[in-house]
Ligand binder design. Structure first.
Ligand code: AMP
Length: 248
């Protein structure tokens, strides 16, 4: 079985986001970019399935600017076998990403597609679900455990107040949640080896997908600053202040 893992290049999760002065978006110039954290989890899971003998090949794919090659090289250094870069400088919305990924799935015929539950830049949480719909395949979202047996996957999902275990028929789309695993770091020798692994370049037009945005961002704002707190002299005073404020 082949596993396809889409990985997105996003602002690193440690970066303090700054909104552009004109409010049209966030500042990306000279900002550290990294692989979306949920996609690192997806790559890790695909590698573990391969190591367990459940898959033969892990293919990673990214839709983004030329620099997304770095993100793909990181996935190759973690252990993925091959990469596909679908190069575009447009900001590609989830529906267009899902349409392009459908084209990749049609060409590659993976048995499993492991997608992050959300990209931490736009927080859309849409791509995996849309891709499953376009493929007409099963989907198991927010996975905290994946087991493969034959042509079925048993997936434990993070749901409100607990977990749910479902069985889906492969090929299927699974989206990854934080508790699924802890991604490995790429070792220096593997970073060197990754430079020589195959990376194919394509464009959205190769898949007949128009990436023109359908949404218009009207405004982007920073969260309001927190007001300074007050010191109280005793527990009694704290309880009384909380009562007065209607908190308890
Ligand atoms: P989203 O629906 O935008 O929150 O993204 C969910 C997941 O879809 C991400 O974790 C990635 O696995 C995948 N994805 C979204 N955008 C891209 C992209 N430009 N390139 C590759 N994968 C993507």
């Amino acid at each position: 079985m082949k596993i396809l893992v889409p990985v997105k290049r996003v602002v690193d999760y440690n970066v303090k986001i700054r909104v552009k002065p004109d409010g049209t978006g966030v500042e990306l110039a000279n900002v550290k970019m990294s692989m979306n954290p949920f996609d690192e989890i997806s790559v890790e899971e695909a590698l573990r399935l391969k190591e367990a003998g459940k898959a033969e090949e892990v293919v990673v794919v990214s839709i983004g600017p030329a620099k997304a090659e770095e993100t793909l090289r990181t996935a190759l250094a973690m252990g993925a076998d091959r990469a596909i870069l679908i190069e575009t400088d447009d900001a590609v919305e989830p529906l267009a990403v899902a349409k392009i990924l459908k084209g990749v799935v049609d060409a590659e015929a993976p048995g499993l597609i492991i997608v992050g539950k959300q990209a931490i830049d736009d927080d859309s949480n849409q791509t995996g679900q849309m891709l499953a719909a376009l493929l007409g395949s099963a989907q198991a979202t927010f996975a905290s455990k994946i087991e493969i047996a034959g042509d079925k996957a048993t997936v434990t999902r993070e749901v409100d107040g607990g977990s749910q275990t479902i069985e889906v028929k492969l090929p299927a789309v699974v989206t990854t949640d934080l508790r699924l695993n802890e991604p490995r770091y790429a070792s220096l020798p593997n970073i060197m080896k990754a430079k020589k692994k195959p990376l194919d370049k394509k464009s959205p037009a190769d898949f007949g997908v128009d990436t023109t945005p359908r949404l218009k961002v009207l405004k982007t704002e920073e969260p309001g600053g927190r007001k300074a707190g007050v010191k109280v002299g005793s527990v009694e005073e704290l309880v009384s202040s909380l009562k007065t404020a209607g908190v308890i």
